[in-house]
Design a protein around this ligand. Structure first.
Ligand code: ASC
Length: 551
Protein backbone atom coordinates (compact mmCIF):
# COMPACT_ATOMS: atom_id res chain seq x y z
CA UNK A 1 0.00 0.00 0.00
CA UNK A 2 1.26 3.47 -0.86
CA UNK A 3 0.27 6.51 1.19
CA UNK A 4 0.63 9.80 -0.68
CA UNK A 5 0.89 13.10 1.14
CA UNK A 6 1.14 16.60 -0.24
CA UNK A 7 2.85 19.00 2.09
CA UNK A 8 3.30 22.71 1.78
CA UNK A 9 5.96 23.97 4.19
CA UNK A 10 5.36 27.62 4.97
CA UNK A 11 5.74 30.33 7.59
CA UNK A 12 2.80 30.94 9.86
CA UNK A 13 1.96 32.88 12.99
CA UNK A 14 1.20 30.38 15.74
CA UNK A 15 0.23 30.85 19.38
CA UNK A 16 0.71 27.36 20.83
CA UNK A 17 1.32 28.78 24.31
CA UNK A 18 -0.82 31.92 23.74
CA UNK A 19 2.25 33.94 22.67
CA UNK A 20 2.14 34.83 18.97
CA UNK A 21 5.24 33.66 17.16
CA UNK A 22 6.53 33.09 13.65
CA UNK A 23 6.66 29.33 13.14
CA UNK A 24 7.36 26.93 10.30
CA UNK A 25 4.26 24.90 9.48
CA UNK A 26 3.17 21.98 7.32
CA UNK A 27 -0.15 22.64 5.57
CA UNK A 28 -0.63 25.42 8.10
CA UNK A 29 -0.06 23.23 11.14
CA UNK A 30 2.58 22.80 13.83
CA UNK A 31 2.95 20.02 14.89
CA UNK A 32 2.40 18.70 11.39
CA UNK A 33 -0.03 15.95 10.31
CA UNK A 34 0.55 12.44 11.67
CA UNK A 35 1.60 9.91 9.04
CA UNK A 36 -0.13 6.55 9.51
CA UNK A 37 0.94 3.36 7.78
CA UNK A 38 1.26 -0.37 8.21
CA UNK A 39 4.60 -2.09 8.33
CA UNK A 40 5.82 -2.67 4.78
CA UNK A 41 3.80 0.21 3.28
CA UNK A 42 5.34 2.92 1.15
CA UNK A 43 5.16 6.57 2.13
CA UNK A 44 5.36 9.28 -0.50
CA UNK A 45 5.61 12.88 0.66
CA UNK A 46 5.55 15.50 -2.04
CA UNK A 47 7.00 18.49 -0.25
CA UNK A 48 6.67 21.96 -1.65
CA UNK A 49 8.97 24.50 -0.04
CA UNK A 50 6.83 27.63 0.22
CA UNK A 51 9.32 29.33 2.60
CA UNK A 52 10.29 32.24 0.38
CA UNK A 53 13.65 32.82 2.02
CA UNK A 54 15.12 29.53 3.16
CA UNK A 55 15.84 25.92 2.24
CA UNK A 56 14.30 22.93 3.94
CA UNK A 57 14.88 19.16 4.38
CA UNK A 58 12.84 16.65 6.40
CA UNK A 59 14.21 13.61 8.22
CA UNK A 60 12.12 10.49 8.94
CA UNK A 61 13.40 9.73 12.40
CA UNK A 62 13.78 6.02 13.20
CA UNK A 63 12.94 4.87 9.65
CA UNK A 64 16.07 3.14 8.40
CA UNK A 65 15.73 3.93 4.67
CA UNK A 66 17.00 0.51 3.64
CA UNK A 67 17.69 0.81 -0.09
CA UNK A 68 16.73 4.51 -0.14
CA UNK A 69 19.54 6.29 1.74
CA UNK A 70 18.87 9.40 -0.37
CA UNK A 71 15.45 9.75 1.31
CA UNK A 72 16.85 10.20 4.83
CA UNK A 73 16.25 13.93 4.56
CA UNK A 74 19.54 15.09 6.07
CA UNK A 75 20.76 18.20 4.33
CA UNK A 76 24.46 18.04 3.31
CA UNK A 77 24.63 14.33 4.21
CA UNK A 78 22.05 12.62 1.98
CA UNK A 79 20.64 15.40 -0.18
CA UNK A 80 20.90 18.97 -1.34
CA UNK A 81 18.40 21.13 0.52
CA UNK A 82 15.04 21.81 -1.09
CA UNK A 83 15.19 25.40 -2.31
CA UNK A 84 12.40 27.96 -1.95
CA UNK A 85 9.67 27.27 -4.50
CA UNK A 86 10.93 23.75 -5.26
CA UNK A 87 9.08 20.50 -4.77
CA UNK A 88 10.89 17.35 -3.63
CA UNK A 89 9.47 13.86 -3.39
CA UNK A 90 10.44 11.65 -0.45
CA UNK A 91 9.64 8.00 -1.03
CA UNK A 92 10.48 5.20 1.40
CA UNK A 93 9.19 1.98 2.95
CA UNK A 94 8.23 1.70 6.65
CA UNK A 95 10.20 -0.45 7.21
CA UNK A 96 11.68 -3.05 4.96
CA UNK A 97 12.91 -6.09 6.80
CA UNK A 98 16.64 -6.33 7.21
CA UNK A 99 18.35 -9.28 8.82
CA UNK A 100 17.12 -8.41 12.28
CA UNK A 101 13.68 -7.03 12.68
CA UNK A 102 10.62 -5.47 11.19
CA UNK A 103 9.56 -2.19 12.61
CA UNK A 104 6.02 -1.51 13.53
CA UNK A 105 6.04 1.21 16.17
CA UNK A 106 6.28 4.87 16.91
CA UNK A 107 8.49 7.20 14.88
CA UNK A 108 8.91 10.89 14.27
CA UNK A 109 9.70 13.32 11.52
CA UNK A 110 11.28 16.74 11.72
CA UNK A 111 13.30 19.29 9.78
CA UNK A 112 17.01 18.57 9.39
CA UNK A 113 18.13 21.93 8.13
CA UNK A 114 19.35 24.85 10.26
CA UNK A 115 17.21 25.11 13.37
CA UNK A 116 13.83 24.49 11.74
CA UNK A 117 12.87 21.83 14.27
CA UNK A 118 12.91 24.55 16.90
CA UNK A 119 10.75 26.64 14.55
CA UNK A 120 8.04 23.97 14.69
CA UNK A 121 8.51 21.56 11.78
CA UNK A 122 7.83 18.22 13.47
CA UNK A 123 5.35 15.37 13.81
CA UNK A 124 4.61 11.66 14.27
CA UNK A 125 4.94 8.61 12.04
CA UNK A 126 2.85 5.74 13.40
CA UNK A 127 3.49 2.33 11.89
CA UNK A 128 1.05 -0.41 12.85
CA UNK A 129 1.53 -4.16 12.53
CA UNK A 130 0.13 -5.89 9.42
CA UNK A 131 -3.40 -7.33 9.69
CA UNK A 132 -3.42 -10.55 11.68
CA UNK A 133 -0.10 -9.90 13.45
CA UNK A 134 -0.38 -9.68 17.22
CA UNK A 135 1.63 -7.38 19.43
CA UNK A 136 2.83 -8.63 22.82
CA UNK A 137 0.31 -6.50 24.73
CA UNK A 138 -3.38 -5.58 24.53
CA UNK A 139 -5.26 -2.31 24.61
CA UNK A 140 -8.60 -0.89 23.52
CA UNK A 141 -7.54 2.54 22.25
CA UNK A 142 -4.44 3.99 20.63
CA UNK A 143 -3.56 7.65 21.38
CA UNK A 144 -0.47 9.74 20.91
CA UNK A 145 1.24 12.66 22.59
CA UNK A 146 4.11 14.65 21.16
CA UNK A 147 6.23 16.76 23.49
CA UNK A 148 8.08 19.92 22.53
CA UNK A 149 9.81 22.79 24.26
CA UNK A 150 8.97 26.20 22.85
CA UNK A 151 10.94 29.43 22.51
CA UNK A 152 9.64 32.91 21.79
CA UNK A 153 12.85 34.18 20.17
CA UNK A 154 13.13 33.44 16.47
CA UNK A 155 15.36 30.55 15.50
CA UNK A 156 17.31 32.97 13.26
CA UNK A 157 18.28 35.04 16.28
CA UNK A 158 19.10 31.88 18.19
CA UNK A 159 21.30 30.51 15.40
CA UNK A 160 23.04 33.88 15.08
CA UNK A 161 23.73 33.96 18.83
CA UNK A 162 25.19 30.46 18.77
CA UNK A 163 27.61 31.43 16.02
CA UNK A 164 28.63 34.87 17.35
CA UNK A 165 31.29 36.37 19.60
CA UNK A 166 30.19 36.92 22.32
CA UNK A 167 28.31 33.63 22.38
CA UNK A 168 24.54 33.91 22.76
CA UNK A 169 23.10 30.76 24.29
CA UNK A 170 19.42 29.96 23.61
CA UNK A 171 18.69 29.52 27.32
CA UNK A 172 15.78 27.59 28.77
CA UNK A 173 12.51 27.43 26.78
CA UNK A 174 9.51 29.61 27.63
CA UNK A 175 6.99 26.75 27.54
CA UNK A 176 6.55 23.02 27.26
CA UNK A 177 3.97 21.95 24.67
CA UNK A 178 1.88 18.79 24.89
CA UNK A 179 0.43 17.99 21.46
CA UNK A 180 1.30 21.51 20.39
CA UNK A 181 -0.40 23.27 23.29
CA UNK A 182 1.03 25.07 26.29
CA UNK A 183 0.36 28.13 28.40
CA UNK A 184 2.58 31.14 28.87
CA UNK A 185 1.70 33.71 31.51
CA UNK A 186 0.35 36.58 29.38
CA UNK A 187 -0.53 38.89 32.26
CA UNK A 188 2.28 41.36 31.61
CA UNK A 189 1.92 41.43 27.83
CA UNK A 190 -0.34 43.15 25.34
CA UNK A 191 -3.18 40.89 24.15
CA UNK A 192 -2.15 41.39 20.52
CA UNK A 193 1.07 39.51 21.39
CA UNK A 194 -0.10 37.16 24.10
CA UNK A 195 -3.77 36.40 24.50
CA UNK A 196 -4.71 33.96 27.24
CA UNK A 197 -8.19 33.59 25.71
CA UNK A 198 -6.89 32.35 22.36
CA UNK A 199 -8.42 28.87 21.79
CA UNK A 200 -5.14 27.81 20.11
CA UNK A 201 -3.61 27.55 23.57
CA UNK A 202 -6.40 25.83 25.46
CA UNK A 203 -4.77 22.74 26.97
CA UNK A 204 -4.77 19.43 25.15
CA UNK A 205 -7.33 17.10 26.68
CA UNK A 206 -7.14 13.31 26.34
CA UNK A 207 -10.61 11.86 26.80
CA UNK A 208 -10.81 8.35 28.25
CA UNK A 209 -13.74 6.08 29.03
CA UNK A 210 -13.78 4.63 32.55
CA UNK A 211 -12.26 1.16 32.54
CA UNK A 212 -10.65 1.64 29.11
CA UNK A 213 -7.17 0.33 28.39
CA UNK A 214 -5.07 2.85 26.51
CA UNK A 215 -1.90 2.59 24.51
CA UNK A 216 -0.32 6.00 24.72
CA UNK A 217 2.47 6.74 22.27
CA UNK A 218 4.74 9.44 23.62
CA UNK A 219 7.44 11.09 21.55
CA UNK A 220 9.66 14.07 22.24
CA UNK A 221 11.09 16.46 19.70
CA UNK A 222 12.31 18.98 22.22
CA UNK A 223 15.05 21.31 21.03
CA UNK A 224 16.83 21.12 24.35
CA UNK A 225 14.88 19.80 27.32
CA UNK A 226 14.75 16.28 28.64
CA UNK A 227 11.43 15.82 30.43
CA UNK A 228 9.64 13.68 32.95
CA UNK A 229 6.11 12.83 31.90
CA UNK A 230 3.37 11.86 34.31
CA UNK A 231 -0.35 11.18 34.42
CA UNK A 232 -1.53 12.09 37.89
CA UNK A 233 -2.72 9.06 39.85
CA UNK A 234 -2.06 6.57 37.03
CA UNK A 235 0.93 4.30 36.60
CA UNK A 236 2.24 3.59 33.13
CA UNK A 237 3.54 0.28 31.81
CA UNK A 238 6.30 0.83 29.27
CA UNK A 239 5.94 -1.59 26.32
CA UNK A 240 7.74 -0.03 23.36
CA UNK A 241 10.81 2.16 22.90
CA UNK A 242 11.90 3.64 19.54
CA UNK A 243 9.90 1.00 17.64
CA UNK A 244 11.15 -1.98 19.66
CA UNK A 245 9.15 -4.02 22.16
CA UNK A 246 10.23 -3.67 25.76
CA UNK A 247 10.01 -6.19 28.58
CA UNK A 248 7.10 -4.43 30.34
CA UNK A 249 7.89 -2.37 33.42
CA UNK A 250 5.76 -0.04 35.45
CA UNK A 251 6.61 3.54 36.28
CA UNK A 252 5.05 6.68 37.69
CA UNK A 253 7.27 9.04 35.67
CA UNK A 254 8.51 8.45 32.19
CA UNK A 255 11.80 10.18 31.42
CA UNK A 256 11.99 11.10 27.78
CA UNK A 257 14.77 12.77 25.80
CA UNK A 258 14.52 14.55 22.49
CA UNK A 259 14.37 11.98 19.70
CA UNK A 260 12.99 9.15 21.84
CA UNK A 261 9.57 7.51 21.54
CA UNK A 262 7.79 5.22 23.97
CA UNK A 263 4.48 3.41 24.15
CA UNK A 264 2.96 3.01 27.57
CA UNK A 265 -0.22 1.23 28.64
CA UNK A 266 -2.52 3.15 30.95
CA UNK A 267 -5.72 1.88 32.51
CA UNK A 268 -8.48 4.42 33.15
CA UNK A 269 -9.27 2.85 36.50
CA UNK A 270 -9.34 5.81 38.92
CA UNK A 271 -12.24 7.86 40.33
CA UNK A 272 -14.01 8.85 37.13
CA UNK A 273 -15.97 11.74 38.63
CA UNK A 274 -13.01 14.07 38.05
CA UNK A 275 -10.19 14.86 35.63
CA UNK A 276 -6.42 14.46 36.24
CA UNK A 277 -3.34 16.43 35.24
CA UNK A 278 -0.98 15.25 32.57
CA UNK A 279 2.34 16.97 33.25
CA UNK A 280 5.71 17.41 31.60
CA UNK A 281 8.63 18.84 33.58
CA UNK A 282 12.18 19.70 32.61
CA UNK A 283 14.86 17.36 33.94
CA UNK A 284 18.60 17.17 33.37
CA UNK A 285 19.06 20.96 33.34
CA UNK A 286 18.04 23.38 36.09
CA UNK A 287 14.43 24.21 35.13
CA UNK A 288 13.14 27.71 34.62
CA UNK A 289 10.21 26.64 32.46
CA UNK A 290 6.77 26.15 33.99
CA UNK A 291 5.25 22.65 34.03
CA UNK A 292 3.65 21.65 30.72
CA UNK A 293 -0.01 20.83 31.34
CA UNK A 294 -2.69 18.75 29.65
CA UNK A 295 -5.84 17.09 30.97
CA UNK A 296 -6.58 13.40 31.40
CA UNK A 297 -10.33 13.66 30.96
CA UNK A 298 -12.71 10.97 32.21
CA UNK A 299 -15.81 10.84 30.08
CA UNK A 300 -18.41 12.35 30.60
CA UNK A 301 -16.73 15.15 32.59
CA UNK A 302 -16.18 18.31 30.60
CA UNK A 303 -12.93 18.14 28.60
CA UNK A 304 -11.64 21.29 30.17
CA UNK A 305 -12.87 20.80 33.70
CA UNK A 306 -9.88 21.58 35.87
CA UNK A 307 -8.58 18.76 38.04
CA UNK A 308 -9.14 19.63 41.73
CA UNK A 309 -5.44 19.17 42.54
CA UNK A 310 -2.19 21.09 42.17
CA UNK A 311 -0.23 19.84 39.10
CA UNK A 312 2.68 17.56 39.91
CA UNK A 313 6.17 18.96 39.50
CA UNK A 314 7.75 15.54 38.97
CA UNK A 315 11.04 14.15 40.28
CA UNK A 316 13.98 16.42 41.06
CA UNK A 317 15.60 17.70 37.88
CA UNK A 318 19.07 16.56 38.97
CA UNK A 319 18.13 13.09 40.18
CA UNK A 320 20.37 11.53 37.53
CA UNK A 321 20.42 8.24 39.43
CA UNK A 322 16.71 7.69 38.82
CA UNK A 323 17.04 8.62 35.13
CA UNK A 324 19.93 6.20 34.82
CA UNK A 325 17.89 3.53 36.62
CA UNK A 326 15.10 3.88 34.07
CA UNK A 327 17.55 3.67 31.15
CA UNK A 328 18.96 0.50 32.67
CA UNK A 329 15.48 -0.97 33.23
CA UNK A 330 14.71 -0.94 29.51
CA UNK A 331 15.34 -4.44 28.14
CA UNK A 332 14.19 -6.14 24.96
CA UNK A 333 10.89 -8.01 25.31
CA UNK A 334 11.66 -11.70 25.96
CA UNK A 335 9.88 -12.80 22.76
CA UNK A 336 11.63 -10.15 20.66
CA UNK A 337 15.25 -10.41 21.65
CA UNK A 338 17.64 -9.83 18.76
CA UNK A 339 20.95 -10.86 20.28
CA UNK A 340 23.92 -8.72 19.39
CA UNK A 341 27.01 -10.36 17.93
CA UNK A 342 29.17 -11.51 20.87
CA UNK A 343 32.12 -9.33 19.86
CA UNK A 344 32.86 -6.33 17.72
CA UNK A 345 35.29 -5.66 14.89
CA UNK A 346 36.06 -2.09 15.87
CA UNK A 347 35.60 0.25 18.78
CA UNK A 348 35.12 3.99 18.48
CA UNK A 349 35.33 6.01 21.66
CA UNK A 350 33.86 9.51 21.35
CA UNK A 351 34.86 12.09 23.94
CA UNK A 352 32.12 14.74 24.14
CA UNK A 353 33.55 18.18 24.89
CA UNK A 354 32.48 21.77 24.76
CA UNK A 355 35.28 24.07 23.60
CA UNK A 356 36.18 27.21 21.77
CA UNK A 357 37.61 27.37 18.26
CA UNK A 358 38.92 30.83 17.31
CA UNK A 359 36.81 32.23 20.12
CA UNK A 360 33.55 30.57 19.00
CA UNK A 361 31.71 28.02 21.16
CA UNK A 362 31.51 24.50 19.75
CA UNK A 363 30.83 20.92 20.76
CA UNK A 364 33.36 18.33 19.64
CA UNK A 365 34.01 14.62 19.47
CA UNK A 366 37.65 13.66 19.93
CA UNK A 367 38.56 17.28 19.26
CA UNK A 368 36.65 17.45 15.96
CA UNK A 369 33.63 19.71 15.65
CA UNK A 370 31.40 18.76 12.73
CA UNK A 371 30.84 21.25 9.95
CA UNK A 372 28.79 20.24 6.94
CA UNK A 373 30.16 20.50 3.39
CA UNK A 374 28.49 22.27 0.45
CA UNK A 375 28.20 18.97 -1.41
CA UNK A 376 26.25 16.16 0.30
CA UNK A 377 28.53 13.28 1.36
CA UNK A 378 26.39 10.61 -0.29
CA UNK A 379 26.88 12.22 -3.70
CA UNK A 380 30.57 13.08 -3.16
CA UNK A 381 31.33 9.48 -2.23
CA UNK A 382 29.41 7.94 -5.12
CA UNK A 383 31.01 10.35 -7.60
CA UNK A 384 34.51 10.37 -6.04
CA UNK A 385 34.47 14.11 -5.48
CA UNK A 386 37.52 13.81 -3.23
CA UNK A 387 37.98 17.53 -2.92
CA UNK A 388 34.49 18.03 -1.52
CA UNK A 389 35.44 17.18 2.07
CA UNK A 390 38.49 16.49 4.26
CA UNK A 391 39.76 12.99 3.41
CA UNK A 392 41.63 12.42 6.73
CA UNK A 393 39.35 10.37 8.96
CA UNK A 394 38.69 11.64 12.51
CA UNK A 395 40.32 9.72 15.39
CA UNK A 396 38.79 6.51 16.82
CA UNK A 397 39.59 7.52 20.38
CA UNK A 398 41.09 10.16 22.65
CA UNK A 399 43.76 10.04 25.34
CA UNK A 400 41.68 7.91 27.73
CA UNK A 401 44.48 7.50 30.30
CA UNK A 402 45.36 11.16 30.70
CA UNK A 403 42.24 13.20 30.02
CA UNK A 404 40.50 14.24 33.22
CA UNK A 405 36.77 14.35 32.40
CA UNK A 406 36.01 16.14 35.68
CA UNK A 407 37.82 19.37 34.92
CA UNK A 408 37.50 22.20 32.41
CA UNK A 409 39.91 21.91 29.47
CA UNK A 410 40.84 24.34 26.76
CA UNK A 411 41.20 21.54 24.20
CA UNK A 412 43.32 23.88 22.12
CA UNK A 413 43.88 21.26 19.43
CA UNK A 414 40.22 21.14 18.49
CA UNK A 415 39.39 21.90 14.88
CA UNK A 416 36.26 22.26 12.81
CA UNK A 417 36.14 19.39 10.37
CA UNK A 418 33.91 17.80 7.75
CA UNK A 419 35.89 14.53 7.77
CA UNK A 420 33.92 11.28 8.17
CA UNK A 421 34.43 7.74 9.43
CA UNK A 422 34.58 4.96 6.87
CA UNK A 423 33.35 1.71 8.40
CA UNK A 424 33.47 -1.74 6.87
CA UNK A 425 30.10 -2.86 5.52
CA UNK A 426 28.39 -5.63 7.53
CA UNK A 427 30.77 -5.24 10.43
CA UNK A 428 30.07 -4.85 14.13
CA UNK A 429 31.14 -1.62 15.77
CA UNK A 430 31.12 -0.62 19.42
CA UNK A 431 30.64 3.04 20.09
CA UNK A 432 31.44 4.41 23.52
CA UNK A 433 30.03 7.85 24.18
CA UNK A 434 32.17 9.44 26.87
CA UNK A 435 30.90 12.52 28.65
CA UNK A 436 33.11 15.19 30.24
CA UNK A 437 32.98 18.55 31.95
CA UNK A 438 31.61 21.39 29.83
CA UNK A 439 33.32 24.78 29.83
CA UNK A 440 31.53 25.57 33.10
CA UNK A 441 33.24 24.32 36.28
CA UNK A 442 31.39 21.41 37.88
CA UNK A 443 28.99 20.98 34.96
CA UNK A 444 28.43 18.10 32.56
CA UNK A 445 25.24 17.90 30.50
CA UNK A 446 22.92 15.14 29.29
CA UNK A 447 23.08 14.52 25.53
CA UNK A 448 20.56 12.35 23.67
CA UNK A 449 22.45 10.66 20.80
CA UNK A 450 20.52 9.69 17.67
CA UNK A 451 21.72 7.46 14.83
CA UNK A 452 20.33 7.61 11.32
CA UNK A 453 19.79 4.47 9.24
CA UNK A 454 20.21 1.99 12.11
CA UNK A 455 18.96 0.74 15.41
CA UNK A 456 21.81 -0.07 17.80
CA UNK A 457 21.98 -2.27 20.87
CA UNK A 458 22.28 -0.39 24.14
CA UNK A 459 24.93 -2.41 25.98
CA UNK A 460 25.32 -0.34 29.11
CA UNK A 461 25.65 2.91 31.01
CA UNK A 462 28.10 3.94 33.69
CA UNK A 463 29.74 6.77 35.56
CA UNK A 464 33.31 7.92 34.97
CA UNK A 465 35.50 6.43 32.27
CA UNK A 466 35.74 2.77 33.25
CA UNK A 467 33.76 1.37 30.32
CA UNK A 468 36.54 -1.11 29.50
CA UNK A 469 34.65 -3.19 26.98
CA UNK A 470 37.59 -5.47 26.27
CA UNK A 471 38.71 -6.45 29.76
CA UNK A 472 35.47 -6.24 31.63
CA UNK A 473 32.57 -7.23 29.42
CA UNK A 474 30.63 -8.25 32.56
CA UNK A 475 29.22 -4.79 32.79
CA UNK A 476 27.58 -5.12 29.39
CA UNK A 477 24.25 -6.61 28.58
CA UNK A 478 24.77 -8.99 25.67
CA UNK A 479 21.75 -11.10 26.64
CA UNK A 480 18.67 -8.95 26.13
CA UNK A 481 19.73 -5.38 25.31
CA UNK A 482 17.08 -3.14 23.82
CA UNK A 483 17.62 -1.78 20.34
CA UNK A 484 17.03 1.94 19.98
CA UNK A 485 17.83 4.80 17.66
CA UNK A 486 18.26 7.44 20.40
CA UNK A 487 19.94 7.02 23.77
CA UNK A 488 20.99 9.42 26.53
CA UNK A 489 24.55 10.08 27.62
CA UNK A 490 24.42 11.17 31.26
CA UNK A 491 26.63 13.76 33.00
CA UNK A 492 30.21 12.53 33.63
CA UNK A 493 29.13 9.10 32.36
CA UNK A 494 29.50 6.77 29.42
CA UNK A 495 27.02 4.94 27.23
CA UNK A 496 28.07 1.85 25.25
CA UNK A 497 26.40 0.86 21.97
CA UNK A 498 26.90 -1.92 19.45
CA UNK A 499 25.79 -1.56 15.86
CA UNK A 500 25.83 -3.67 12.68
CA UNK A 501 26.68 -1.60 9.62
CA UNK A 502 24.18 -3.46 7.44
CA UNK A 503 22.57 -0.48 5.71
CA UNK A 504 24.57 0.90 2.77
CA UNK A 505 24.77 4.69 2.82
CA UNK A 506 26.10 7.73 4.63
CA UNK A 507 24.63 8.44 8.02
CA UNK A 508 24.86 11.05 10.70
CA UNK A 509 25.05 10.18 14.42
CA UNK A 510 24.50 13.25 16.55
CA UNK A 511 23.29 14.92 19.71
CA UNK A 512 19.57 15.53 19.25
CA UNK A 513 19.71 18.85 21.08
CA UNK A 514 19.29 21.07 18.03
CA UNK A 515 21.59 23.91 19.17
CA UNK A 516 24.28 21.34 20.04
CA UNK A 517 24.13 19.78 16.57
CA UNK A 518 24.27 23.31 15.18
CA UNK A 519 27.47 23.78 17.22
CA UNK A 520 29.07 20.68 15.68
CA UNK A 521 28.00 17.84 17.98
CA UNK A 522 27.89 14.90 15.61
CA UNK A 523 29.85 12.52 13.46
CA UNK A 524 29.14 11.19 9.96
CA UNK A 525 29.99 7.67 8.85
CA UNK A 526 29.91 5.77 5.60
CA UNK A 527 29.40 2.03 5.28
CA UNK A 528 28.94 0.11 2.04
CA UNK A 529 28.37 3.24 -0.01
CA UNK A 530 29.56 1.32 -3.09
CA UNK A 531 26.45 -0.84 -2.72
CA UNK A 532 24.09 2.14 -2.96
CA UNK A 533 22.11 2.13 -6.21
CA UNK A 534 21.90 4.94 -8.74
CA UNK A 535 21.28 8.23 -7.00
CA UNK A 536 18.17 10.18 -8.01
CA UNK A 537 18.90 13.50 -9.73
CA UNK A 538 16.35 15.17 -7.47
CA UNK A 539 18.80 15.15 -4.52
CA UNK A 540 21.35 17.15 -6.53
CA UNK A 541 21.74 20.79 -7.48
CA UNK A 542 24.08 22.18 -4.83
CA UNK A 543 27.88 22.38 -4.51
CA UNK A 544 29.80 20.14 -6.87
CA UNK A 545 26.64 18.29 -7.89
CA UNK A 546 25.67 21.17 -10.17
CA UNK A 547 27.90 19.74 -12.88
CA UNK A 548 26.09 16.40 -12.69
CA UNK A 549 22.80 17.97 -13.65
CA UNK A 550 24.22 20.41 -16.21
CA UNK A 551 27.19 18.56 -17.67
O1 ASC B 1 25.99 24.57 24.64
C1 ASC B 1 25.68 25.14 25.68
O2 ASC B 1 26.12 26.37 26.04
C2 ASC B 1 25.52 26.70 27.31
C3 ASC B 1 26.57 26.97 28.33
O3 ASC B 1 27.40 25.85 28.48
C4 ASC B 1 27.46 28.14 27.97
O4 ASC B 1 26.73 29.31 27.95
C5 ASC B 1 24.75 25.51 27.65
O5 ASC B 1 24.07 25.38 28.76
C6 ASC B 1 24.84 24.59 26.67
O6 ASC B 1 24.25 23.44 26.66
Amino acid sequence: VTHRHKWEVNYGYKSPDCYKKLAITINGESPGPTIHAQQGDTIVVELNNALFSENVAVHWHGIRQIGTPWSDGTEAVTQCPIMPGDTFIYKFVVDKSNTMNMQAGTYLYHAHYGMQLTAGLYGFIIVSVPDGVLEPFVYDHDRSIILKDWYHASTYEQATGLSSIPFGWVGEPQSLLINGKGRFNCSLLDSSVCNAKNPECSPYSLTVVPGGRYRLRIGSLASLSAMSFEIEGHNMTVVEADGNYVEPFETKHLYINSGETYSVLVKADQDSSRNYWITANVVGRKPSTPTGLAIFNYYPNHRHKKPPTVPTTGPLWNDTASQLAQSRAIKAHHDFVHSPPPRSDRMIVLLNTQNKINGYYHWSLNNRSLTLPATPYLISLKQNFNGAFDQNPPPDSYDVENYDIYSVHDNVNTTSSNAIYSIKFNSTVDIILQNANSMTTGNSETHPWHMHGHDFWVLGFGNGTKFDMVNDPKGFNLVNPIMKNTVPLYPYGWTALRVRTDNPGVWIFHCHIEPHLFMGMGIVFEAGVEKVGKLPKSIMGCGETKRLINP
